[in-house]
Ligand binder design. Sequence first.
Ligand code: ZN
Ligand code: FE
Ligand code: FE
Ligand code: ZN
Length: 272
Amino acid sequence: MDPFPPLPDYHMHTHLCKHAQGEPSEYRSAAGRLGIPEICFADHNPNPDGYDPRHRMEMDLFPDYRSMISALRDPGNPTVLFGIEADYYEGCEAHLATWLPSQEFDLVLGSVHFIEDWGFDNPAERHVWDSVDVTATWRRYFELVGRLADSGLFDVVAHLDLPKKFGHRPPEKDLREMVLPVLDRIAGAGMGIELNTSGLRKPVGEIYPSSLILSLARQRDIPICFGSDAHRPEEVGYAFPRALALAREVGYDRHLTIRDRAMSFEPLPATG
Ligand code: ZN
Ligand code: FE
Ligand code: FE
Ligand code: ZN
């Protein structure tokens, strides 16, 4: 078997979000066993305005999140970074524009999980897909991602084609037409995207984003990082060999690393 690629895993959660399991130290140990050099916790951000309270920590638990992660940061492998997965939605800017820079984050992932009030990637709300226009839904999703990019509040777009989670997709021609301008906006904002392997654990059975979108991102030199989106320690580094192979297939030869929200680049490790 090929050795596990030494790629940072920049997307994992903690039990504070109410739907993840295990202690942060177990996530770090799992990474250590795989030879992952660096991990970043990016739990769902708390929101003072009552947005989606069921899937995120309360604001008054945020200091616990910070201290739980900083307790892991002492010397030792792997390095532990402090991040957040912050949701973009209409009206989020007022809070995020002051709150995000006031915290000592290494990485801010930007996500869209809701279209209006519909948690379109939530298994409990999956049935709604049966009554919507799939292409129009994707178009609306990418409108929000475009605004996410324009906001300048985030470093990396998480799971860029999340609406495919349950297998709903627009025709390729429509997808290209809606994703190209968004990729231009992401590139223009100097942001990265992640190869998020959690899609392989979902009905779609595919990494986010698809090979098509990733190759279009490559043409625009949009930097990439890798994230398992682990909600359990066993998911750390999930399918990273496949993600690395996909990145290489579409022509990437480097990945981003980040500290204090400043990006650097490292060569991709060789595939097996
Ligand atoms: Zn989650
Ligand atoms: Fe997410
Ligand atoms: Fe996540
Ligand atoms: Zn996520």
